[in-house]
Design a protein around this ligand. Structure first.
Ligand SMILES: NC(=O)c1ccc[n+]([C@@H]2O[C@H](COP(=O)([O-])OP(=O)(O)OC[C@H]3O[C@@H](n4cnc5c(N)ncnc54)[C@H](O)[C@@H]3O)[C@@H](O)[C@H]2O)c1
Length: 237
């Protein structure tokens, strides 16, 4: 008889946290699989992706403690539902879906959800500095620049930066999107006032920039006191 899947949060035989990745054949998913493999305190137990012929349901049957989702705007919510139904915590990096829809999901009493539109520490700092600057300068606009295969527009990072700046300053913050080959993930917040401008810019030049944040979320999602939690800043300060 095959072994029963380990309970969520249960360490694997080597004592590590069991992790499954949805979107494992994608640009981000592949990078996450390598990062989990290289981390001493976790084990990659399943890679789900239609491109690999493995569904999320099959991945969940391997008994992960955490499912990491880097898929598409139309699949992330359903994947999260499946994980919660199985009592598996979820870390979502996918952007372009309405994170407010996570509030009503069934299964939130059994497992936690953590979502971040950007897992790069520099991007989180950019947003924090931009929110502070928006309180002091007359106007601001955002230019976000990404690779040309990105599905959503504006980016999740730009949408969240604009939302937080608008809350802080009480003014609209327009967002402009650029999609070009050669780019990874970049954002410029330009603030203007009488006779001066201030530019705050962040560049992810490699998807490795997101990995420390993703691994931090995987380690911490099981102990969240609020779920869903949106934004890496909640794990940093
Ligand atoms: N939060 C962050 O820091 C961050 C950083 C970069 C990218 N992203 C976001 O991550 C997502 C993925 O980006 P990417 O560049 O890796 O895209 P990608 O197109 O390279 O990869 C997506 C993968 O998901 C797979 N997939 C589709 N439906 C699926 C399903 N139901 N279950 C499992 N896998 C499925 C696809 O086959 C594909 O391999 C995008 O939404 C992007 O905006 C977030």
């Amino acid at each position: 008889m095959p072994d029963a899947p380990a309970a969520p949060d249960a360490p694997d035989a080597s004592g590590g946290l069991r992790v499954a990745v949805a979107g494992a054949a994608g640009r981000m998913g592949e990078t996450v699989c390598r990062a989990v493999d290289a981390a001493g305190d976790m084990e990659l137990v399943a890679r789900a992706d239609p491109a690999l012929g493995t569904s999320v349901a099959q991945a969940l049957a391997q008994g992960p403690g955490v499912l990491v989702d880097f898929t598409t705007p139309t699949t992330a919510l359903d994947n999260a539902c499946q994980a919660l139904a199985a009592g598996v915590h979820v870390v979502i990096g996918t952007t372009g879906f309405d994170a407010a829809e996570l509030q009503g999901l069934e299964g939130l009493e059994r497992a936690n959800v953590f979502v971040a539109p950007n897992f790069a520490i520099g991007a989180v700092l950019m947003t924090r500095f931009a929110v502070e600057a928006a309180r002091h300068m007359a106007r601001a606009e955002i230019i976000e620049l990404h690779h040309d295969r990105k599905l959503d527009k504006p980016s999740g990072t730009a949408a969240r930066t604009a939302q937080l700046m608008e809350q802080a300053a009480g003014r609209e913050v327009p967002v402009h999107s650029v999609r070009l080959p050669g780019l990874v993930a970049h954002q410029e917040v330009i603030l203007g006032d009488v006779g001066q401008t201030l530019t705050i810019r962040h560049d992810s030049i490699d998807r490795e920039s997101f990995m420390p944040g993703v691994l931090l979320a995987v380690r911490r999602v099981g102990e969240l006191t609020e779920s869903p939690t949106v934004g890496l800043e909640h794990l940093l300060w």
